[in-house]
Design a protein around this ligand. Structure first.
Ligand code: NAD
Ligand code: 6OD
Length: 503
């Protein structure tokens, strides 16, 4: 096994180094340096690719003040139609600079170009258009009311922005997940201070150029780089000028953010971890279930919150299913993002690889059968310094093992047999998380029954990660608080005000 020092983004001295691109904070419509810089290394080969300006408490304060000024000024004065036009211009700007966003996202994550081209960047643009359409088209409620004098009263509701929204983002789908929150926040008339993951600073920074080119007023979109505790993440979430916080990331981090938000009783929307189960019944379309399960286990090197890490397979097809999964996993070639044959990229960092490999070791210690993988792939010399792991499948462990209970967030899954519908529903639900599930069956009644019984926010039947952005998205149990998507985003990003008029 290849060993190296952890090389997640680390703090460094101010300044820039040869070959490393400077990535700056974007505050009040301008790119700004700061007194501290940290390194961003490529997950592919550990090369230093960027030096990132770490925002100080003062920088975050400047960003929040700019966001408040924009609310009170040019942004707050726009009509919905004017805001909608600007958000369409932002989406068009992302599409015009598609290749720049693609290059930045692939450089930061090492993910295959084919994946980022089809998912990350198009969704970055779509997130602005969809929520512009939502605010344009969704009415608010009204109630006519009888009164004793017979004249009556009319109640009607209007929506107002919540104010400055802090947006704290993870590294796995950086542009997609950031715009999934910034799109609706701006559509509703808020301003934002975004804290991208320290691992993936580039696309959030680049979006500042698009905002300026589209004519979005200064201060509406701000980006502050840095880490969590003692850094920009904490400075944003504890800032009293931030009115609401929307977060995507680990459950433990979400809990820390919730505590910070308690000061000032500020609302939070939390999209957090998962330990998602796929449930494969013997009557499934076998090939479709294999294709979908391979995607849900291994897309983005398993770094998708909705991804499958527990696969329950009905016993009559268990051996055949495991064999077909193994064959599919072994077809996934690790390689450079731009190569057409590349089927899987690296993990985001050596720090994350150390975590994933610790589970690979633990599975063996616990007595798992390693069906395939379990280590680090053999790679050409120019990639050996990267954060690579093999796609891995295990059998032979039960639901009580940490491999079945804890989120690993790597390209791996434990495959387990089951004998009845009631049994598998109980086992899938016996987990602290409740984000997503994928159910594979041709029995329509069973599909509806099981989808209703599984304790998750999102259940797919005979598909996975098929998204209609008008639908509710979020997690049950420890996977999240609140729902975003379509009109549900309006619940978080606006204050609904009732006006009662006595006639
Ligand atoms: P993370 O929680 O480590 O970090 C997320 C963000 O929070 C980063 O920007 C980080 O700098 C910041 N942060 C960390 N500590 C903080 C603190 N105390 N205060 C303020 N900010 C802080 O998550 P990650 O490793 O970047 O992402 C992977 C995790 O995200 C996985 O658990 C995955 O399941 C989850 N995720 C969930 C969803 C969802 O929709 N439910 C989507 C994507 C990822
Ligand atoms: O598709 C989305 O809107 C979304 N929030 C996906 C989350 C994926 C998690 O990694």
């Amino acid at each position: 096994m290849y060993e190296t020092e952890p090389t997640a983004a680390v703090r460094g001295e101010p300044g820039s180094q040869a070959g490393a691109k400077p990535v700056r904070n974007f505050i009040d419509g301008e790119y700004r340096d700061s007194g501290r810089w940290f390194d961003k290394r490529s997950p592919l080969d550990n090369a230093l690719i960027a030096r990132v300006a770490e925002a100080s408490r003062e920088d975050v304060d400047a960003a929040v003040r700019a966001a408040r000024a924009a609310l009170a000024g040019p942004w707050g004065g726009l009509t919905i139609a004017q805001r909608v036009d600007l958000l369409y211009a932002v989406a068009d700007g992302i599409e015009r600079r598609f290749d720049d966003f693609l290059a930045a996202e692939v450089a930061d994550t090492g993910k295959p170009v084919s994946l980022a081209r089809h998912i990350d960047i198009p969704r970055g643009a779509a997130n602005f258009k969809v929520f512009a359409d939502v605010v344009k088209n969704v009415p608010a409620e009204s109630f006519e009311m009888a009164t004793p004098d017979g004249a009556g009263a009319l109640n009607y509701a209007i929506r107002r922005p919540v104010g400055v929204v802090g947006v704290i983002c993870p590294w796995n789908l950086p542009l997609l997940l950031m715009t999934w929150k910034v799109g609706p926040a701006l559509a509703c008339g808020n301003t934002v201070v975004v804290k991208p993951s320290e691992e993936t600073p580039q696309t959030a920074a680049l979006l500042g150029e698009v905002m300026n080119a589209a004519g979005v007023p200064r201060g509406v979109y701000n980006v502050v780089h840095g880490f969590g505790p003692g850094s920009a993440g904490e400075f944003v979430t504890t800032h009293p000028g931030v009115n609401a916080i929307t977060f995507t990331g680990e459950t433990r981090t979400g809990a820390a953010i919730m505590k910070a938000a308690a000061d000032g009783a500020r609302p939070v929307s939390l999209e957090m971890g998962g330990k998602n189960a796929a449930i494969v019944f013997a009557d499934c379309d076998f090939d479709a279930a294999i294709e979908g399960t391979l995607r849900s286990c291994f897309s983005n090197a398993g770094q998708v919150c909705l991804g499958t890490e527990r696969v329950y397979v009905e016993r009559p097809i268990f051996e055949r299913f495991v064999a077909a999964l193994k064959e599919g996993a072994e077809r996934l070639r690790p390689g450079r993002p731009e190569e057409a044959a590349t089927g899987i990229g690296p993990l985001i960092s050596h720090e994350h690889r150390n975590k994933v490999l610790s589970y690979y070791r633990k599975a063996v210690e616990l007595g798992a059968t390693v069906v395939t993988g379990g280590g680090v792939p053999d790679l050409p010399a120019n990639l050996r310094e990267g954060a690579w792991v093999q796609p891995t499948l295990w059998t032979g462990l039960g639901d009580d093992s940490p491999i079945a209970r804890e989120e690993i967030f790597g390209p791996c899954a434990l495959v387990m047999p089951f004998d009845s519908e009631a049994e598998v529903v109980g086992r899938a639900n016996a987990n602290a998380y409740g984000l997503a599930t994928a159910i594979w069956t041709t029995n329509l009644s069973r599909a509806h029954r099981v989808a209703a019984a599984i304790e998750v926010g999102i259940a797919w039947v005979n598909s996975w990660f098929l998204r209609d952005l008008r639908t509710a998205f979020g997690g049950a149990k420890q996977s999240g608080i609140g729902r975003e998507g379509g009109v549900h985003s309006l619940e978080f990003y606006t204050e609904l005000k009732n006006i009662c008029v006595k006639l």
